[in-house]
Design a protein around this ligand. Structure first.
Ligand code: ATP
Ligand code: MG
Length: 277
């Protein structure tokens, strides 16, 4: 064996795979090109593939939403190791008028006035800026929530209008939303307690989720995971912060009550308010 061959990390067949270009449903892993601020918090989970030889393969659409589509991605070094990721891609097309209205945006600034004007005009440039803005905001919120110990998908990286995060599910099957879960009795109460912990966690950060419902909570076996954070609200900066908090709590308490668990939404509101600051 020549010294060149013995120093290559791949067997000959793996090396052959790496001389191939990505297929149509593949791209080179976007990890190497990401700057440190576009990458998730340290320490990185063990399962995360950071090798620059990795391909990202699109395995399919998990769900199309109002403002974004969710894709299942496998990031893998062929024949060695890989991980599953969820890619949330915010749309910048005509049919994506963000319902997350300006009320969420109060107290948040987009400094570049050209960008701000373009968003208002809803020009193509403005829609692209808005989509990138939401991606960056969701990524930042996921990082802060992760660091605070709130059960969110690990935020892997952000680039333009795409947020890459941990895929929550069993194998390639996405975890069901809490709204679809059949929990009853003690299992339902356990889910409620986990959601109360999530509400408290955000409140201790001075934040409100802002769109919390049984549709933005995933039932990952034992554990409840909260998703869909682009609109998180800083209570100190947003004059409507308490209204959003009250709405989130009413949504949650009423959902659990309809499922047969007794809850007291005003008591919960007071309890969570007390965790703010
Ligand atoms: N990390 C994840 N792992 C597995 N499934 C996910 C993940 N993130 C999102 N999903 C699925 O994709 C759906 C849409 O994601 P999300 O709620 O973040 O986007 P959205 O555009 O706001 O969608 P919607 O308009 O339905 O609220 C979720 O309801 C959930 O079923
Ligand atoms: Mg959602």
């Amino acid at each position: 064996m020549s010294s060149v061959q013995s120093s290559t990390p791949f067997s000959s067949s793996e090396f052959a795979a790496h001389t191939l270009e990505p297929d149509d449903d593949q791209r080179w892993s976007t990890w190497p090109a990401a700057t440190p601020t576009q990458r998730g918090p340290l320490p990185r989970p063990d399962w995360l593939v950071t090798a620059s030889a990795a391909f990202d393969t699109e395995l399919g659409v998990v769900k199309t939403g109002k403002e974004a589509d969710l894709f299942l991605i496998e990031r893998a070094v062929p024949r060695t190791h890989g991980c599953l990721l969820a890619a949330k891609r915010f749309r910048n097309s005509h049919n994506s008028d963000f319902h997350r209205s300006s009320a969420y945006e109060q107290g948040r600034s987009i400094r570049d006035t050209r960008e701000a004007r373009a968003i208002k005009r809803k020009s193509a440039f403005g829609r692209m800026v808005a989509a990138g803005h939401w991606a960056a905001t969701e990524f930042g919120a996921l990082c802060k929530a992760w660091d605070a110990g709130i059960p969110v998908p690990y935020p892997v990286q952000v680039s333009d209008t795409e947020v890459l995060m941990e895929f929550i599910g069993a194998g390639r099957v996405a975890a069901p939303r809490l709204a679809q879960s059949r929990r009853k009795g003690a299992a339902l109460r356990d889910a409620y307690e986990q959601v109360v912990d999530i509400l408290e966690g955000f409140a201790r950060m001075g934040y409100v989720h802002g769109d919390l419902s049984a549709y933005n909570l995933l039932d990952d076996g034992e554990r409840i995971v909260v998703i869909d954070l682009p609109q998180v609200i800083d209570v100190a900066a947003n004059p409507l912060g308490f209204d959003f908090l009250h709405r989130d709590i009413a949504n949650i308490a009423d959902w659990f009550t309809r499922r047969g668990l007794e809850t007291d939404r005003e008591a919960l509101f007071a309890h969570v308010m007390a965790q703010l600051w």
